[in-house]
Design a protein around this ligand. Structure first.
Ligand code: SF4
Length: 695
């Protein structure tokens, strides 16, 4: 019960991958009272500024309340008939690979499952990708190379129990604030040391023992230096290394790398390596500075290599931890929401896995090969190969690299559908059909957070107008395309039971993701489901992975992967002399569709800006708060100058939140060239090139 005596509803914050539990109660004025759930294992009652302002963002001021076709309000039957007919007709005339879905980590697991089943099982294409491709696809690829599956080895408790936490490319203090609060609590309780590895001095450096301001993209060289020193000091764990293979070639690659490319001094590198090797309980937390890179997968493996070589993995206070930017990025990974994955961590390329999923779904066929990843998907929209596109809860006309080209591609697509809670986004304005979806607070389902904890999101608000849950919209389109039985769902609980049963098949194949222990939940048991970490089977519940080996490659051994430093693909040149870094600010989230509704969140940093070093500002005669013109080979923006030595000379930084709706000159993703990691397909967002001049 809350203070008023009204019952509170347990749910989950919809913003980031920390997955904090919240207790919600209507405030009687259309909003919600929100407090942290003291019993949720992610946050134990803590919330950050965004989570605590949730109640201010649930009004109906900008809501889409009815379907629209070509800007006219229509009924659901008209809209859904049109969507099903246009997709069916396009597939009949041009084949299944002529259509695509681009979805989002905002979807609940049940929504994601239905979207993936419709595309991969029944349309027969793998052209479903998600904005998680922009967030952590390199971690997925690195995990699969090292472990054989996309497994997060550790848990949040490892942060509480570590003696050294290394933050790599992660401004944890602003982007995952509750985990940072846990880290500061651990520091107070046990003296945990903190090292930040980031070209920029961020808020996370305030409480750090060491900040290594390395050159952008040089992380592989730094962790290769660490691996070489581990070996040189005789600190390889010989017992654990027997569970792996690849140390020798990885060492040869490490020896060949030149640590000076990091721009760090020998003494800085030595101090970091000595601290790391002297501390048994080390957790390495990494995020977008690692993943959003043309060498993102190699960076991930360079980090994993050091943990594998020393056996610092899967044990209390030890291991790598990739932190994700979206509330259900992990759920999307688990249902196979990426174009190169099958449901339940089964492999699209494995004929036995494909056959098992096809039989389970009673589907006509499951595609043999990966579909188009986000950057390639929008290129295919632009050149006409994709002729029907369904975008769900994401705003690629703002958030994709080369956003102007993506915007033009969507505008030129034969048929575009957008599902969202508002029609007032840059992307929705380009759509032929806009479908009103239920918002957070109005829908039931599950999400998985960064440490594999599955939690229930629960409905507390009435569904406004004609809005419907995403799983319901997708299933209705599936039925109208002729797949009546496969999409005969009544409730998210029914979808979850099917999904859990499918995961049991994955378990039989020896995969990590198995929640078959939840496969026979009644509706009421589903409603009451407590947060729990997977796997959940009759034999096992939660826990860590790999403390004693047990990797998921066919031979059971982990892989230490040889990696070599490569500079960012984009090269500075006289015309574009600055390295352009992008990221988030503390109080905004993604393209601001929700957080901008809160006056107190918008007051933190109210307009788009560019951080510029004082020496560069003086040379360019730019003063504090001047407007500056920023131009790249792909776009331009006008931003407010913030002169600070938090960035290094020759480097600039801008936040990624502002849109054509909120600040037309501040759409900074238009500046970013769409260059991708060759393994993961994740685009680089940290090392583009630009020129800067006073406006
Ligand atoms: Fe929400 Fe993330 Fe903040 Fe937790 S840390 S309250 S999940 S935004």
């Amino acid at each position: 019960m809350g203070g008023s005596g009204l019952p509170e509803t347990r749910s989950i914050c919809p913003y980031c991958g920390v997955g904090c539990g919240v207790l919600l109660r209507p405030d009687g004025q259309g909003g919600l009272d929100v407090r942290g759930d003291p019993d949720h294992p992610a946050n134990f009652g803590r919330l950050c500024s965004k989570g605590s302002a949730l109640g201010e963002t649930v009004g109906l001021e900008h809501r889409l309340l009815a379907p629209q076709v070509d800007g006219r309000q229509v009924d659901w039957d008209t809209a859904l008939r049109l969507v099903a007919e246009r997709f069916s007709d396009t597939i009949a005339r041009h084949g299944p690979d002529s259509v695509a879905f681009y979805v989002s980590g905002q979807l609940l697991t049940e929504d994601y499952y239905v979207a993936n089943k419709l595309m991969k099982g029944f349309i027969g294409s793998a052209n479903i990708d998600t904005n998680s491709r922009l967030c952590m696809a390199s971690s997925v690829a690195g995990h699969k190379r090292a472990f054989g599956t996309d497994t997060v080895p550790g848990t949040y408790e490892d942060i509480d129990e570590a003696d050294l936490v290394v933050l790599v490319g992660s401004n944890l203090a602003w982007c995952h604030p509750v985990l940072y609060q846990r880290l500061l609590a651990a520091r107070k309780a046990r003296g945990t040391r903190i090292v930040v590895i980031d070209p920029r001095r961020t808020a996370s450096c305030d409480g750090a023992d060491m900040h290594l301001a390395l050159q952008p993209g040089s992380d592989v060289a730094l962790f290769n230096a660490l691996l070489a020193r581990i070996n040189g000091a005789g600190a390889v764990d010989q017992d654990f290394i027997a569970h792996t293979q690849g140390l020798e070639p990885a060492l040869e690659a490490a020896w060949a790398d030149d640590p000076s490319v990091t721009g760090l001094s020998d003494s800085e590198i030595a101090a970091f390596c000595d601290l790391w090797m002297a501390t048994e309980r080390v957790v390495t937390i990494y995020s977008q500075g690692v993943n959003q890179s043309t060498s993102g997968t190699d960076k991930v493996n360079a980090i994993l290599n050091c943990h594998l070589a020393t056996g610092r993995i899967g044990k209390p206070g030890r291991g790598p931890l990739s932190v994700t930017g979206q509330p259900n990025a992990m759920g999307g990974r688990e249902v196979g929401g990426l174009a190169n994955m099958l449901a339940c961590h089964l492999d699209l390329e494995n004929p036995d896995h494909r056959g098992a999923v096809r039989d389970f779904w009673n589907a006509p066929h499951v595609p043999h090969a990966s579909g188009l990843k986000a950057v390639d998907l929008f290129r295919a929209v632009g050149d006409g190969r994709i002729k029907a596109l369904w975008i769900i809860h994401t705003n690629p006309a703002v958030s994709m690299p080369e956003a102007d080209a993506v915007r033009d591609a969507i505008a030129g697509c034969d048929f575009t559908v957008v599902s969202d809670i508002t029609a007032q986004t840059d992307t929705a304005r380009l759509a032929d059909v806009i479908l009103p979806a239920s918002a957070w607070g109005e829908k039931d389902g599950t999400v998985t957070n960064t440490d594999r904890t599955i939690s229930r999101q629960r409905r507390i608000l009435p569904v406004p107008g004609q809005a419907r849950p995403d799983w319901d919209i997708l299933a209705e389109v599936g039925r109208r395309m002729g797949y009546l039985r496969a999409f005969d769902y009544d409730t998210p609980a029914g979808i979850f039971r099917e999904y859990a049963a499918l995961s049991g098949i994955a378990g039989q194949f020896g995969r990590d993701f198995d929640i078959s222990g939840l496969g026979d939940l009644s509706d009421s048991a589903y409603d009451a489901l407590e947060p729990q970490r997977w796997p959940v089977t009759s034999k096992r519940k939660g826990g860590r992975f790999f403390a004693d080996g047990g990797f998921f490659h066919a031979d059971g051994r982990g892989r230490i992967v040889p990696v070599t430093w490569c500079p960012p693909v984009a090269r500075t040149e006289p015309r574009f002399p600055f390295r352009f870094n992008t990221g988030r600010i503390r109080d905004q989230w993604h393209t601001m569709t929700r957080t901008a509704l809160s006056p107190r969140l918008s007051a933190h940093l109210a307009e788009p800006f560019l951080e510029l070093h004082p020496a560069d500002a003086a040379r360019l005669k730019i003063g504090g708060a001047d407007l500056v013109h920023v131009e790249s080979p792909t776009g331009r923006a006008i931003l407010r100058a913030r002169i600070t030595d938090a960035v290094q000379p020759g480097q600039v930084f801008a936040p990624m939140h502002w849109t054509g709706e909120t600040a037309p000159s501040g759409r900074i993703d238009a500046l970013i060239a769409a260059m991708t990691d060759p393994v993961s397909g994740q685009p680089e967002s940290k090392a583009s090139v630009v020129t800067v001049s006073r406006f």
